[in-house]
Design a protein around this ligand. Structure first.
Ligand code: GLU
Length: 550
């Protein structure tokens, strides 16, 4: 009990005076929350978001790793809501966490708003006040915590002086004014109704260094904490630091995965675990998601980057599997190689390894996500992609939903657009982009760009000639033979080899003629097979579109 002016008896009396109603002891809670009965090596992981309503990529990034590690080891993955800061609380935020992560296929075994085992609950920190207080009371009785009566002004003044003296800011050592209060002084302030917080009595010197093994970063050097951090605020609610130590201990978390922004708090947490007599969990501090902005790498920011919010991907209609697969490429350095070797493998079949998580900033790159997405979508059946589009449209694009009503037609369109067998096209990135890509299959959304090749008068001639001999009943070969005839009649090359050898000898080739038709019918230059498209659109629609161009 170094530096503590209070005797053991005074510490105990103070604990009783501050928390007369707290009768349950740490031993009681240790029994209430017994060791979990799990197989050897099982990992217990969690995500512990604050209910701010903002669910971001970082949450999914952590959750994905947590979920894989827990499930792979036959452990437990749970959701705890860190709602100690009422100012940041938003209604419906917990439901939003569950539904947003649920969209990406992340489910919890236990935790807030789940049907899982409740043994280790409640999982809302606000409902665990009595638990925290039992431990605060014990620390007070042991002389390891003390009440602090400093006001916001006092703290400002301390900070200001530290700044002038170029010292590290904080409540420590000689700056920790209330650390040395005598029992009588404390009692006098309490009896006068002076507001107070409870602080831990740090035993560290803020200088000594020790080596800590982080599950992701490996061995890191940590400087011993010396700050008397607040553990219980004046409203009786714990700080994140304290609640983290108590909850992760009592809920038997074995591995805390969190962003590296928490590394600076690690010394406080390790000291708290020691003070409380708990074995600390393993920690893995993962790199933050970065982006390249104007040639420099920087952290994704809530203010500047809409793509940080998970809602962004849902709104644009990214397939959840695409986002998850892409995040896996960032999470585990060997995932991409595995995926190439196992193109049809499920994410769950990949052996996730915490040792393969990146130590420095992971670059989040939308074009790469789009590439992954194209591959993921190309592996869906047309039916699966249809169902996905329908659900997305139902939530975000009611006009598009109406177009999807003719399922048989849309499935045929998707069959054509996605291609058959092994030669699947990789055109689709996400649902909102599909609205664009599919627009010419519906009159309601047909907005031709009309970026034609060749000159207007030759175009008109080609289109007019085409209509003269067009027969809907023609098969693809006959159809193409007619297009070739038109090309030849205007001196265009019909033999592509001859054209490539001597392009200047011709005004163009048969593919220019086909292109004119393609742009007339679809409004675009890059589409699947044109004959097939015209078969799907039907005679009337195809002819009408060509006529309009003439
Ligand atoms: N509530 C913290 C957060 O909002 C949790 C950090 C942790 O995982 O311990 O990120």
């Amino acid at each position: 009990m170094s530096n503590n002016p209070l005797t053991q008896a005074q510490c105990e009396a103070l604990a009783e005076k501050l928390f007369p109603k707290i009768t349950k002891t740490p031993e009681y809670y240790a029994e209430l929350y017994p060791e979990r009965n799990l197989p050897e090596g099982a990992q217990v992981t969690r995500i512990a978001p604050s209910p701010t309503g903002f669910i971001h990529l970082g949450n999914l990034f952590s959750a994905l790793a947590d979920e894989r590690i827990a499930r792979q080891s036959k452990g437990v993955f749970y959701l705890r809501i860190e709602d100690t800061d009422l100012k940041r609380k938003v209604d419906g935020a917990v439901e939003a966490v569950i539904s947003t992560l649920g969209y990406f296929g992340i489910t919890f075994d236990e935790g807030a708003e789940t049907d899982g085992d409740q043994t280790y609950g409640p999982f809302y920190q606000r409902q665990r006040e009595l638990v925290y207080k039992a431990y605060v009371k014990r620390l007070l009785a042991q002389g390891l915590a003390y009440p602090c009566f400093c006001t916001a002004e006092d703290l400002d003044e301390i900070r200001e002086k530290q700044r002038e003296l170029k010292l590290t800011p904080g409540y420590y050592g000689e700056w920790a004014r209330c650390r040395g209060l005598s029992y009588d002084e404390i009692v006098k302030k309490l009896d006068a109704g002076t507001p107070y917080v409870i602080r831990m009595r740090s035993a560290g010197d803020g200088v000594q260094k020790y080596v800590f093994r982080d599950s992701i970063k490996g061995e890191i050097s940590v400087t011993a904490n010396n700050r008397d951090e607040v553990i219980l605020k004046s409203d009786g609610i714990p700080t994140y630091h304290f609640a983290h130590a108590i909850d992760d201990h009592l809920m038997h978390t074995t591995l805390v995965l969190r962003g590296e922004e928490w590394l600076s708090s690690l010394p406080i947490h390790l000291e708290l675990f020691r003070m409380l007599g708990f074995k600390a969990p393993k920690y893995g501090h993962h790199a933050q998601l970065m982006k390249i902005d104007n040639g420099t790498k920087r952290k994704l920011s809530k203010r500047k980057d809409p793509e940080l919010a998970l809602e962004y991907y849902r709104k644009l209609g990214y397939h959840p599997l695409a986002v998850k697969t892409y995040l896996m490429t960032l999470l585990n350095s060997n995932f991409e190689e595995w995926w190439l070797k196992n193109p049809d493998g499920k994410l769950e079949d990949f052996k996730f390894s915490i040792g393969k998580m990146g130590q420095s900033g992971a670059l989040f790159d939308i074009p790469k996500l789009d590439d992954v997405s194209k591959t993921v979508i190309s592996k869906l059946t047309s039916e699966e992609f249809y169902d996905f589009l329908l659900e997305w449209a139902n939530n975000y694009e009611p006009d598009f939903e109406k177009l999807l009503a003719d399922k048989e037609y849309v499935i045929k369109v998707l069959d054509l657009c996605m291609g058959a067998g092994k030669k699947r096209r990789k055109d689709f990135v996400c649902a909102s982009q599909a609205v664009e890509l599919l627009s010419y299959y519906f009159d309601e959304t047909f907005k031709p760009e009309r970026d034609f090749p060749l000159t207007p008068d030759i175009r008109a001639k080609i289109l007019t000639d085409f209509l003269k001999t067009y027969d809907y009943a023609d098969d693809g070969q006959t159809w193409f033979a007619k297009v070739k005839d038109i090309a030849a009649s205007y001196g265009f090359a019909t033999d592509m080899r001859a054209y490539k050898e001597n392009p200047d000898a011709f005004p163009g080739s048969v593919s220019d003629v086909a292109e004119v038709l393609r742009v007339a019918v679809t409004g675009h230059r890059n589409t699947p097979d044109l004959w097939s498209i015209m078969q799907l659109l039907g005679k009337e629609r195809s002819v009408a579109r060509i006529k309009e161009c003439i």
